[in-house]
Design a protein around this ligand. Structure first.
Ligand code: FE2
Ligand code: FE2
Length: 157
């Protein structure tokens, strides 16, 4: 599969979870816990494969994306720490919904920048064959990705 298509599908999966979270009742604590755990897993795996495989390949192929890549890594850093906090936060805590809301704002902003501002440049530079090859690498790396957000490299960079 094409690497950018794969990454955009991940974005959609996460957006769907965000919508479910938004629709969950205020006191639907079990549901909100389950959705948050799924978000933590999805985003940890996604940021991992981007940082290990896609970002380095993009930067190598299109040096002009370097600033975008570096900014994206900083955004991952913030998101990963928020995910690690959410993992240990009781959904009944008064800060839980607020933390999820700010996480969602950060992720939506990040996804928008990836999809609109710099993935298109990477697509033109890499071409179909190379994107297909990279997509295979991304898919193959998913099962090995950590589920602890703080094990993604940018969490400690
Ligand atoms: Fe990202
Ligand atoms: Fe992404």
């Amino acid at each position: 599969m094409d690497a950018i298509v794969l990454l955009k599908e991940d974005h959609q999966t996460v957006e769907k979870l965000f919508k479910e979270f938004g629709q969950a009742g205020d006191r639907a604590y079990k549901t909100k816990r389950k959705i948050a755990d799924k978000v933590i897993e999805e985003l940890t795996v996604h940021t991992w494969i981007e940082e290990k495989i896609f970002y380095p390949a993009a930067r190598a192929a299109v040096p002009a994306t370097t600033d975008h890549v570096l900014e994206s890594v900083e955004e991952h850093h913030v998101v990963l720490w928020m995910l690690s906090e959410l993992a240990g936060l009781d959904p009944e805590d008064e800060r839980f919904d607020a933390k999820m809301t700010v996480l969602m704002e950060n992720v939506r902003h990040h996804v928008e920048e990836e999809e609109k501002e710099w993935f298109p440049q990477v697509r033109s530079a890499l071409g179909r064959n190379r994107l297909g090859e990279l997509g295979g690498q991304l898919a193959a790396a998913k099962p090995d990705a950590p589920h602890d957000p703080l094990r993604v490299p940018s969490a400690h960079e």
